[in-house]
Write a protein that binds this ligand. Sequence first.
Ligand code: CIR
Length: 259
Amino acid sequence: MYKHAIVRRPGNSARRGLTSVDRGKLDFARLMEQHRHYANTLARLGLEIIELEALEEFPDAYFTEDVAIVTPEAAVIMRPGADSRRGETLHITDALAKFRQLKYITDPGIVDGGDVLIMEAMRHCIVGLSARTNQPGAEQLCGILSEYGYRGDIVDLGVDAPEALHFKSSVNFIDSHTLLVTQSCFHLDCLSAYRKLVVPEGEEYAANVVWINGTILIPDGYPGTQRLLEENGFQTIEMPVSEISKMEGGLTCLSLRLT
Ligand code: CIR
C-alpha cells in the first residue's frame, strides 16, 4: 500500500514543455486545476502528499515519475533522456533521501521513469527502450535492482516508431498480478506470467492508469476501458487530464508513489 506521493506544482513554463502531440494549446489555469484535483484525489485515497515547488527552469518537472523509480528498498535516480529534463534530478534527491537510500543511473545510460514498470509482488522489473531510455541505462537499472532480488527484462518496442512516449503509456498494473495493456503489448514475452486486460482499440491512451491502494485512476472520456475495468471488479475514478495529455503526460507521470 502507498503511504506517500511526491508531486510538483507545474510552473508557468509548463507551456514550453516537450510534446510531440497536437492536442491544442495548453490552458495553464486548467492544468493547475487538474494537477490540484490529482493531488487531492491521492490525498482522499489516504496518501500523504509531499508537494514540491514549481521549477520554472524545467518546464516538464511536474512529471515527477520520470526522474526516479522507488521500491521498498531504494530509490534510483534516473538520468532522463531529454536534455531539457536532465537537471530535474538534482531537485528530487532531498525529498527522496528522507525515505530511501539513493542509487543513480550514470552516463552513458539514460532512463526515464515512465519506461520502468516494477511488479513488486513478482520481484520483476521491466524496462522499455525508447527515445528516452537506452540499453546501457536499462542494464544499469536492472543491475541495481538485481541487488534487491528483482529479475529484470528489457523490451524494445521500436525506438524509431514507438506506439507512445514511454513504456508505461501502454502497460500498467491494476493489481499485483494483472496488467492493463494496449493490444500491441499483449504478446510481449516478458508479460506472459501476468493476467492482462486489453484496452479497446482507439482507447490506447487509457492504458495509462494508476493503481492507488485498490482504486484505479483512469483518464476521463474512455468509457470502453472504464467498463472493462468495472466489469472485472476494479473500482475506478475518472480523472480530467485534457491539459496533461496535451503535454504528452498521463496519470502515472504526475507522482512518485512510495510504500
Ligand atoms: C516529456 O516529454 O518528457 C513530458 N512532456 C511528458 C512526460 C510524461 N511522462 C511519462 O509519460 N512518464
